[in-house]
Design a protein around this ligand. Structure first.
Ligand code: 5AD
Ligand code: SF4
Length: 345
């Protein structure tokens, strides 16, 4: 399908087809500016000019899994592991609210020290002391844990599917299973979480057609927040020598997701910003409407190394908050003050 026919399909309001999605995802440098402009126009008309800030608290880099792409994988003995105490987590959350973050993302490796009840208690404490919206991103767990956290007040959950290609998923996840991941997402949805998912771009052997199928699957799931980033090879992993994804590949997918999910929350991700100094601005101008600056204590930031070259490792939450706000204003956008719940129509 030609680029312009594919763009027409996405703008027609009809359900997108795999061919049109793949044509846009694979578009060349000549067509890309039109894709980004179309996504930007849809973004203004749907979610508007406000950019939502979520403070990202990376509270443990301990992980039971061994994903082949990730620097925190269990077998990487060269990373010093940390785990914030419940009191540190709660204090950082309060600090994030004081700095003007209406919403907090609590992310960690799959760390079972945080049992269902333990994490529920932390969530309840934060909810008692602040009016933060809370997003969890702690991986695959039992329904019972997901339920406890929801009952404790967690509003949202992020769990990327990474890829829906069964063969590719198996190849990069030695100890995980695509159907299990899908089941977790369905459970989270059923429990009433605002649901975020997404993929990595540039995985070994991943094709535009495979990414198009991912988009269709995410539509089917009813994902309401969509995080995408380029895969950045980490030297201490089995995929150290892989080619990795590019900024441009990720930007095309951000734009395509905005066209396919007009009302979704789409972040300009740290992985994108790590590959291009103006990455966040470019993503915000190609469909994104969310930024997630770290509020992780400075002395732990370098240890949360999913991939090399991650930015803002020497900064603190106050500095990141200020820097991001200035960047948002510089491109003529404003910072949202509300919690930025998903938009359900
Ligand atoms: N490059 C880019 N993104 C990565 N993630 C993990 N490892 C890498 C990497 N090497 C992403 C995954 C995961 C999220 C928390 O970080 O998509 O879901
Ligand atoms: Fe653990 Fe998540 Fe990294 Fe996989 S991607 S190794 S689950 S931190």
């Amino acid at each position: 399908m030609t680029f312009s026919a594919a763009l027409d399909v996405l703008l027609s309001g009809a359900p997108p087809c795999a061919d049109a999605l793949a044509a846009l995802i694979a578009c060349g440098d000549t067509d890309a500016p039109s894709l980004y402009a179309a996504a930007d126009q849809v973004r203004v008309a749907t979610v508007g000019n406000e950019v939502h800030l979520r403070g990202l608290l990376e509270f443990s880099n301990t992980c039971r899994r061994n994903c082949d792409y990730c620097g925190l994988r269990r077998d990487n003995a060269r990373v010093e592991r940390y785990r914030l105490t419940p009191d540190e987590i709660i204090a950082t959350a309060c600090e994030a609210e004081k700095l003007g973050f209406p919403s907090l993302v609590m992310q960690s490796g799959e760390d079972l020290w945080f049992t269902g009840p333990r994490l529920a208690e932390i969530i309840r404490a934060i909810k008692g002391k602040t009016s933060l919206a809370i997003t969890l991103s702690v991986g695959e767990r039992d329904e019972a844990d997901y339920r406890l956290w929801r009952e404790a007040g967690a509003d949202r959950y992020l769990l990327r599917i990474e890829t829906t290609d069964p063969e590719l998923f198996r190849r990069i996840h030695p100890d995980d299973d695509l159907e299990g991941r899908k089941a977790c997402l369905l459970t989270l949805k059923r429990l009433g979480y605002q649901l975020g998912s997404g993929v990595m771009v540039g995985l070994p052997g991943q094709t535009p057609a495979a990414l198009a199928r991912d988009v269709l699957w995410l539509l089917d799931l009813g994902a309401e927040m969509l995080g995408v980033g380029p895969f950045i090879p980490h030297p201490e992993t089995p995929l150290a020598d892989a080619a990795g994804g590019t900024f441009d590949q990720a930007l095309r997918l951000v734009a395509v997701l905005r066209l396919a999910f007009p009302y979704a929350h789409i972040p300009a991700t740290t992985a994108m910003a790590s590959l291009d100094p103006l990455g966040r601005e470019k993503a915000l101008q190609a469909g994104a409407n969310v930024v997630m600056p770290a509020v992780t204590p400075t002395d732990r930031r370098a240890l949360y190394a999913l991939y090399p070259g991650k930015i803002c490792l020497d900064d603190n939450a106050r500095k990141c908050r200020g820097c991001i706000e200035a960047r948002i204003r510089a491109i003529g956008r404003s910072v949202a003050t509300g919690p930025g719940h998903v938009i359900r129509r």
